[in-house]
Design a protein around this ligand. Structure first.
Ligand code: DPP
Ligand code: ZN
Length: 844
């Protein structure tokens, strides 16, 4: 397979001024007729090459005259006039047998599409690249009550419909849906007074009762984008369709968002608070793409972070506005520090803007999305809120209708602020997480902090240059009083010293407040200082971070030295739990513990070899110790945090439930499951139901409840996914692999459905002690199923293969088995480009 490089970018040799598509739908023989107005690109003459994959060309014409193009597996090339012309072609495709879920496919009898990144080439011959933007008109012929495409409806009757999208767009934003669907309707009036028709489309049946929350979320998002970014919606209609078989979470096709049903359908009985929050965020995310992604798109796929980083940043702001900014920041930072830092430290590390790829689908990563969002946050911190707002206004004004680049993006900030962002740009180009080593000194009333930055080599990037690191700091006196409120230091050199004068005693530094930059802090500190910050820091993120670091340090001693849990940690937690002035959601996140995976990373980081079972037992021991130490508080918290009245997913109620369920998990460790069993019976919402079940399973109980849950929800795909996932996640380490294998024999296990596959194998990959079982059974089971899945759905298989990303952390015996599994995969006949790129990088 060929590697594609950013440096080789060249515009297409033609403009496509308009395209008209006709679809004659049929399960295995859909015909697609394309008619394109083509105009040579005088500035960049080139061959008339159209991408096309898995298409059967029926005929092609230029200006009405039949032509015989040169067809390969990747597309076609045709002699073309040196003047504007009309290209026409008819192809045949087979949606029913399209198991890759890319291009046009069927899912439960409905037709739908997924074109990002390069799926449109499986629909018709076309310059399938984001910098080719065109005005689309689409006619769909098919025997379905509902026929949808992008833009506004322009005509329909029995068996056909026509849609016109006035906004030029790249092919990856094309969408078509056809099926027996029903709508949950809504309306929205934009700030300039335009009425927009809103619809959420689902299959008739139980899903109809799960649309109300999504509709409200959509309206909230529309209002928010008007108020916060001044962005108004620009079509007469906005459609969302829920699809069961979908590789991604959702897709922002212009005017016709297609959603994985798990990311839009919600009801109190079937969805947890976390589901509700995630659905709200994803609906917002896809809606926000209308401006950051659709109106301004990407010049090429290397610029993916231009739309994704910015849109994630925007959805994070939105979610913070719905509830707690502090808790949202802690969650986002925590995800960065666990999953993104891991990617950045391993064989799959890549810059936020990669310089090359083999298969672009492999770059829809946490680095591009979440680290990409962190870069926006850093820019905002560096230039300030007002300049950020001005820069965004300029971005929308200057680039509306463009396929833009990171250079364009940075230029608006430079033009607004006069600041040179040349060094900042390295954040986009350099992979790996910078480490900032901190040392301090206190002399004659002056406190000084010396920061030294260093980034380790990553694949293909041995040498790293210093970055601009916005480093937020506050100082706290030993009494607990804050003596220097948050200041933003800018670290630009390899090493810099910052001083704070006029202090009467040596303060305790609160470093990297609000996670002001995605870096790893290196500092010699003590548990006493961590406990002090956990108790006294005014910055919620740092308070949480201190608690997390303290928990990690305590766990490390328990795992590697069989130590007893440090009372400083347990007392600190008790104080936080007792403090009723603190937001329940914040108290709940303070109770979260580092994951087994993070502990394994920390052990490897200090030169050790993680023993998965020792880590598992260490965490279990700490959970029991916590439950005992907090046994006077937990029942009181549990009682206080009960939410009366009908279920509502609002942030305040959700925060209380979260804290109540954290308390329940401690109670369950001591009462043998009595309270959890009671909650399971009484729960009128999925949050409390599944939490109770999980607590029971944690102590090896809950068999009857699990069976009842399974039976009750057999007909609900999304709840059944939860059951599959929980059953693996809560299996004892020695049973996890066997459990996963057994679940693949269940009649409703369907590897063709990405959600179902992930519910089993994603849970197995996250079951640290189970997946890394010394026998290697977890590795082998995963390898076997990835091989099978790859033949059907390369994108899903390649994504799940990241389960092996950390394999080099473990002992030689485990490594040998993983190597064998990965090599077998690499050698599999017909392995996809997707999976072979991933496996190749992990073996390199
Ligand atoms: N649908 C994916 C997202 O919204 C890719 N654009 O992030
Ligand atoms: Zn996105």
């Amino acid at each position: 397979p060929q590697t594609i490089y950013l440096k080789d970018y060249r515009p297409f040799g033609y403009h496509i001024d308009a395209v008209h598509l006709t679809f004659k739908l049929a399960p295995t023989a859909t015909r697609v007729i394309a008619r394109m107005q083509v105009r040579p690109n005088a500035d960049y003459p080139g061959a008339f090459f159209l991408h096309g994959q898995e298409l059967t060309l029926i005929w092609a014409k230029i200006d009405g005259v039949p032509v015989t193009p040169d067809v390969t597996a990747e597309g076609l090339t045709c002699d073309a006039p040196d003047a504007p012309f009309v290209w026409e072609a008819e192809v045949e495709i087979s949606p029913d047998t399209n198991t890759a879920l890319e291009g046009l496919y069927t899912s439960n009898g409905m037709y739908c599409t997924q074109c990002e990144a390069e799926g449109f080439r499986k629909i018709t011959y076309y310059p399938d690249r984001p910098d080719v933007m065109s005005v689309f008109t689409v006619r769909i012929e098919g025997d379905f009550p509902v026929l949808l495409s992008n833009g506004n409806p322009v005509g329909q009757d029995e068996g056909w419909a026509e849609w016109h999208d006035p906004w030029p767009k790249p092919a990856y934003l094309f969408a078509l849906v056809a099926g027996d669907l029903v709508n949950h309707p809504g309306t929205f009036t934009t700030k300039s007074g335009k009425d927009v028709e809103l619809n959420i489309w689902v299959r008739p049946g139980p899903d109809e009762a799960k649309c109300a929350f999504g509709m409200e979320a959509l309206k909230r998002s529309m209002t928010w984008d008007e108020n916060v970014y001044g962005r108004e919606y620009d079509l007469d209609i906005f459609n969302i369709v829920a699809v069961d078989d979908f590789n991604m979470g959702a897709m922002e096709n212009k005017g016709l968002n297609v959603f994985n049903s798990s990311c839009v359908l919600a009801s109190p009985e079937t969805s947890t608070d976390a589901n509700f929050e995630r659905i709200d965020a994803i609906i917002a995310h896809e809606y926000f793409h209308n401006w950051t992604g659709n109106r301004i798109t990407c010049r090429d796929w290397f610029q993916l972070c231009l739309k994704e980083g910015l849109t994630v940043f925007r959805d994070q702001q939105y979610t913070g506005d719905q509830g707690s900014h502090a808790v949202k920041r802690i969650e986002d930072a925590s995800l960065m520090r666990s999953a993104q830092f891991q990617e950045d430290a391993g064989p799959l590390a890549h810059p936020v803007r990669p310089a090359s790829f083999v298969e672009i689908n492999n770059f829809y990563t946490i680095t591009v999305y979440e680290k990409g969002a962190e870069l926006i946050g850093m820019l905002k911190r560096l230039v300030g809120d007002a300049a950020y707002a001005q820069a965004l206004d300029l971005y929308f004004e200057r680039h509306d209708g463009d396929a833009a680049t990171i250079e364009d993006w940075l230029a608006v900030f430079e033009d607004v602020t006069g600041r040179d962002l040349g060094q900042f740009k390295r954040w986009y180009e350099q992979a790996g997480t910078p480490r900032v080593a901190v040392s301090d000194d206190f002399t004659n009333g002056t406190y000084s902090l010396t920061l030294r930055q260093h980034t380790r080599p990553t694949p293909g990037q041995p040498d790293k240059a210093p970055l601009v690191i916005p480093f937020a700091v506050g100082l706290i006196a030993p009494s607990g009083a804050e003596v220097v409120p948050t200041q933003l230091l800018e670290l630009t050199e390899e090493e810099q010293t910052f001083t704070f004068g006029g202090l009467s005693e040596k303060p305790v530094p609160s470093l990297l407040r609000d996670f002001s930059a995605p870096v790893i802090l290196e500092r010699d500190t003590t548990n006493a200082e961590r406990a002090f910050l956990m108790a006294n820091d005014t910055d919620p993120y740092n308070r949480w971070q201190a608690g997390d670091a303290l928990a990690s340090a305590v766990l490390m001693d328990m795992i590697t030295e069989d130590a007893a849990p440090d009372a400083a940690y347990l007392d600190g937690l008790a104080a936080i739990l007792r403090d009723d002035s603190l937001d329940p959601a914040f108290r709940a996140v303070m109770l979260d513990l580092p994951s087994e995976d993070e502990l394994a990373r920390d052990i490897a980081e200090t030169g050790g070899v993680p023993d998965p079972m020792a880590i598992y037992h260490g965490l279990e021991a700490l959970r029991v110790a916590r439950a005992q130490h907090l046994q006077d508080i937990s029942p009181r918290i549990y009682a206080d945090m009960q939410v009366a009245g009908p279920y509502s997913p609002d942030a305040k109620s959700a925060g209380k439930r979260r804290l109540a369920n954290s308390a329940l998990s401690m109670i369950t460790r001591l009462d043998g499951g009595v309270a959890a069993a009671r909650q399971f019976e009484a729960a009128d919402n999925m949050t409390n139901k599944i939490s109770a079940l999980a607590q029971l399973m944690n102590i090896g109980k809950g068999e009857a409840q699990s069976a009842a849950f399974r039976a009750d929800w057999k007909a609900d795909r999304l709840v059944t996914d939860k059951w599959f996932g929980l059953t693996v996640a809560r299996a004892a380490p020695e049973d996890a692999v066997g459990t996963a294998a057994r679940l693949t024999d269940e009649p409703d296990f369907d590897m063709g459905n990405p959600n179902r596959f992930r519910s089993v194998f994603g849970a197995l990959a996250n079951h640290h002690a189970g997946f890394h079982d010394a026998s290697g059974a977890g590795y082998r089971l995963m390898g076997d199923w990835l091989g099978k899945l790859d033949a059907k759905n390369p994108q899903a298989a390649a994504r799940m293969s990241t389960a092996f990303e950390t394999w080099r952390r473990y002992d030689p015996d485990r490594q040998a088995i993983v190597r064998e599994v990965l090599e077998a995969l690499a050698g599999q006949d017909g392995l996809s480009r997707d999976t072979s790129e991933m496996v190749g990088r992990m073996l390199a």
